[in-house]
Design a protein around this ligand. Structure first.
Ligand code: ADP
Ligand code: MG
Length: 448
């Protein structure tokens, strides 16, 4: 324990490590309105637990971690760390990011030592601690390598070492495995859990943000499910399986299924109950929602499978994923998209085609496009918005930067680009609008 004040606190402290009460976070929008990102968040972190935060992109998970780390202050509510209100960066809390965030001009050991410089420790201790962290996380022998010489998995190990070297009480991890390839990610998860179970890591609790259900069940003691717009914690799944966990264990599969159900019940509740698509008559309303990565071919394929005699329009999502040999985490964005477009309903872990979805399944190419066009403009506010803007322009054309800038008021530049990519794919299929990759202009397909 490097910090005597905190050491003293821990010794005295019998309560939770961290507590959040009624936390709310909103951001001012450029147009003067408020973007409500988190609302009514309650969270208690006890010593010894790994907590998972599971939710869609844009649901406020990173925002929540920043609040916990003391990097920003909530709009309302209270956050206490070891019983004391968080008013700035807390010393016993460290973070691992998705992007490795290493300094390219520094060696591995220099990158790891950065975490310690601020603590004002003697040079010798800085070095021995850094070597210890490097050793523990499996980077032995790479101390003097530069980041560019390392694979993605090794770079992320440096990210872990840099966070662990300060011996934080709470380790925050923001989708730390999602930029890695499948096998590297699995190795790193397994190594992390081994070190944790053996009590080798100098940390007391972990908060892991992820949008991968299986990862959450593999690693966490409990998983909190986040809704979007605004982000709230809507349910909690406890995982009592001992480590190491076996993904093929029926108990594991059952937990994945339960988590699915919890997420899909939530998705059902989030549906607007008023007249479908009303909001898209208000310019700009509802356009700032991140769209799931769902290609039209996959959407059509899913509709066909659901319509087949085997399912007759209705299927249990995890069973369907299993029979399609898809990870449930890959099927989910497709299911959500069909729900958004009212081509299917999701309820309690089941997906069911709507009458329009069944009509689509049985239609020929042109009728499919017509049905998709109708639903796209009625239920995807962004697509309707793009058509409206193009329609109002003299040449019925606009550069995509016009829409990218607008989306960036609601989401990160990367999310904006992805969302626009998705909606362009749908719009092209529906023959609603066309996109020219050369001049990067969108144009209306059939100007009225
Ligand atoms: P997640 O990590 O769940 O993907 P984030 O916490 O990154 O979500 O973002 C949630 C929402 O808050 C997004 O719509 C994002 O654009 C917005 N947001 C995050 N930080 C800021 C900020 N500093 N100013 C304005 N909007 C922000
Ligand atoms: Mg995030």
């Amino acid at each position: 324990m490097h910090n005597p004040a905190i050491a003293h606190h821990i010794a005295q402290n019998t309560g939770p490590l961290l507590q959040m009460r009624d936390v709310r976070q909103s951001f001012p929008k450029p147009d003067g309105g408020e973007l409500l990102v988190l609302d009514g968040v309650q969270l208690t972190v006890q010593e010894g637990e790994i907590i998972g935060l599971l939710g869609r992109s844009g649901s406020g998970k990173s925002t929540l971690l920043r609040l916990i780390a003391g990097l920003s202050m909530p709009t309302a509510g209270e956050i206490t760390y070891l019983g004391t209100p968080v008013t700035g960066p807390a010393q016993g809390i460290a973070m691992v990011f998705q992007s490795f965030a290493l300094f390219p001009w520094m060696t591995v050991i220099e990158n790891v030592q950065i975490g310690l410089k601020a603590l004002g420790l003697p040079e010798e201790e800085i070095r021995s601690r850094a070597l210890g962290a490097i050793d523990m996380i499996g980077l032995d022998g790479f101390e003097s390598a530069y980041p560019r010489e390392l694979s993605g998995g090794m770079r992320q190990r440096v990210g872990f070492a840099r966070a662990l070297v300060v011996h934080p009480n709470i380790l925050l991890m923001d989708e730390p495995f999602s930029a890695l390839d499948v096998l590297t990610a699995e190795t790193l998860r397994t190594d992390f859990i081994d070190l944790w179970s053996e009590g080798q890591m100098p940390i007391k609790a972990v908060i892991l943000v992820t949008h991968n259900i299986e990862e959450a069940i593999f690693m966490c003691d409990r998983v909190l499910i986040f809704s979007s717009n605004p982000g709230r914690i809507t349910s909690e799944i406890r995982i009592d399986m001992p480590h190491p966990r076996d993904r093929l264990d029926p108990v594991f599969a059952e937990l994945v299924e339960r988590t699915y159900v919890a997420m899909t019940v939530q998705a059902g509740r989030q549906r607007p109950t008023t007249g479908a698509g009303r909001s898209d008559h208000l310019p700009g309303a509802g356009i700032g929602i991140m769209l799931p990565q769902a290609e039209i071919n996959d959407l059509a394929g899913l509709i066909e499978v659901l319509d087949s005699p085997l399912y007759d329009g209705r299927a249990d999502l995890p069973i369907l994923a299993h029979s399609l040999r898809m990870a449930v985490d890959d099927l989910f964005p497709l299911a959500e998209t069909l729900q958004m477009l009212r081509l299917a309903d999701i309820e309690g872990g089941d997906i069911q085609l709507t009458p329009a979805g069944r009509e689509f399944a049985q239609a020929g190419v042109d009728d499919r496009k017509r049905i998709f066009h109708r639903h796209l403009l009625a239920y995807c506010p962004l697509a309707a918005h793009i058509c409206r803007v193009l329609d109002q322009r003299s040449m019925h054309k606009a550069p995509i930067t016009r829409f990218l800038n607008e989306l960036e008021d609601h989401m990160s530049p990367e999310a904006a680009r992805q969302t626009l990519h998705v909606v362009i794919g749908w719009g092209r299929y529906a023959e609603a609008f066309a996109y020219n990759g050369h001049d990067q202009y969108l144009s209306l397909e059939n100007p009225s």
